[in-house]
Design a protein around this ligand. Structure first.
Ligand SMILES: Nc1ncnc2c1ncn2[C@@H]1O[C@H](COP(=O)(O)OP(=O)(O)OP(=O)(O)O)[C@@H](O)[C@H]1O
Length: 360
């Protein structure tokens, strides 16, 4: 039952899930190292919560194996897996004080009373909720409730923390500060954490490893930087990054690709194919710059411009009607209707084949 690999925290082997005839998770293999912060991200319905709940033991696995800290836990109850889960809905007991909410799970597990007190004290200090211990959940703000929910996980001293969109019910400002709190918590506790979100900023800022899911499959797993700079396909390229990466329909030409009548040398992007075939050129908005004199690698008409203070977004159209977003650091006085030349380093471009897979 034990594989002897102490550094592996959670291992999924060909994990599948069906509801009746509906297959929602299609065979996922994933290894999560001890202490890693892993974020499952993907569009609504891609199966992230289902996958997390299968790790937790809240959903049965239709096929495959789940291993936690070298133990096969596929058929074990949630309470036997060494995990603690934090839900979006907080799931606190409304009639109990914060102190009792924190202590409840430990009392059920017949933990010694002094030990309970010590752990409740330590957790509430970490989360700065010591002054709220005698209140009930109804007397707390959303952010405070979520802290209590996280505290309840901490007191159990789990091997693995599981978070299911824990910040979705909070307003934007509080989400940012709680995000930083969770990062700090991970640094302080050093536990393995698995976190589900559809918020790519949370994914990018919290994760050691991001797992991008679509339709019950892993599209790519890697560090935030790998996912951002080396997306495996157009789905990942378009999903991570805001504004989105521009994905332009192009054709192979001589020594490069042709987009909207312009020729882009692709030697530095590292691939070359026979002329005529279709290809997608990916350009991040921040890699495009407006040329001072209208010359440039691409020419575009500005449809709409948004001034954001530190940056300016230009929503443009190329000669062939394809749209393109430019994120201009150092705002410039450009108005809708103007023609602009756009500059970029070809090496910043990313090429994808007709199936959407990255070409190198
Ligand atoms: N109990 C169920 N019965 C049938 N289908 C279900 C059930 N629970 C989930 N599903 C389906 O499984 C798929 C994955 O759902 P899941 O909740 O894991 O997605 P998700 O990526 O977490 O989405 P969201 O971000 O919207 O929460 C969806 O298509 C969903 O409709």
């Amino acid at each position: 039952m034990t594989n002897g690999m102490a550094n592996k925290s959670v291992v999924l082997q060909d994990v599948r899930k069906s509801y009746g005839n509906l297959k929602v998770v299609h065979g996922i293999d994933l290894t999560i190292e001890e202490g890693e912060f892993v974020v499952f991200v993907g569009p609504s319905g891609c199966g992230k919560s289902t996958l997390l709940r299968m790790i937790a033991g809240l959903e049965d696995v239709t096929d495959g194996e789940v291993e936690i800290k070298g133990r096969m836990v596929t058929d074990l109850d949630p309470s036997e897996r060494g995990i603690a889960m934090v839900f979006q809905s907080y799931a606190l007991y409304p009639h109990m004080s914060v102190r009792d909410n924190l202590a409840f799970g430990l009392r059920m597990a017949r933990t010694d009373a002094t030990e309970i007190e010590t752990r409740v004290k330590a957790a509430s200090a970490i989360l700065k909720i010591d002054h709220l211990l005698d209140r009930r959940p109804g007397q707390l703000s959303g952010g405070q409730r979520q802290r209590v929910a996280i505290g309840r996980a901490i007191v159990r001293k789990p091997d693995v923390f599981l978070f299911d969109e824990p910040l979705s019910n909070l307003d934007a400002e509080l989400r940012v500060s709680m995000r930083i709190e969770i990062a700090r918590l991970h640094r302080e506790l050093g536990n393995t954490m698995i976190y589900v979100t559809h918020d790519q900023t949370e994914a990018m800022t919290l994760a050691d490893k991001i797992v991008v899911l679509r339709d019950g499959r892993v599209e790519q797993a890697g560090t935030p930087r790998q996912i951002y700079e080396d997306p495996a396909n157009t789905f990942v390229a378009g999903f991570i990054g805001s504004p989105r990466m521009n994905l332009l329909n192009a054709r192979w030409g001589e020594g490069g690709v042709e987009v909207a009548g312009a020729r882009i040398e692709t030697a530095s992007i590292g691939t070359d194919r026979p002329a005529g075939g279709a290809v997608t050129l990916g350009l991040r908005p921040e890699h495009l710059k407006v040329a001072a004199d209208q010359s440039g690698k691409l020419t575009a008409r500005v449809d709409f411009s948004e001034y954001l203070g530190g940056t300016q977004y230009l929503y443009c159209q190329l000669a062939d009607g394809q749209s393109l977003t430019v994120e201009h650091r150092s705002p410039i006085g450009i108005a809708a209707g103007e023609e602009v030349g756009l500059l970029f380093e070809p090496a910043d471009g990313r090429l994808f084949d007709e199936a959407g897979n990255r070409l190198k």
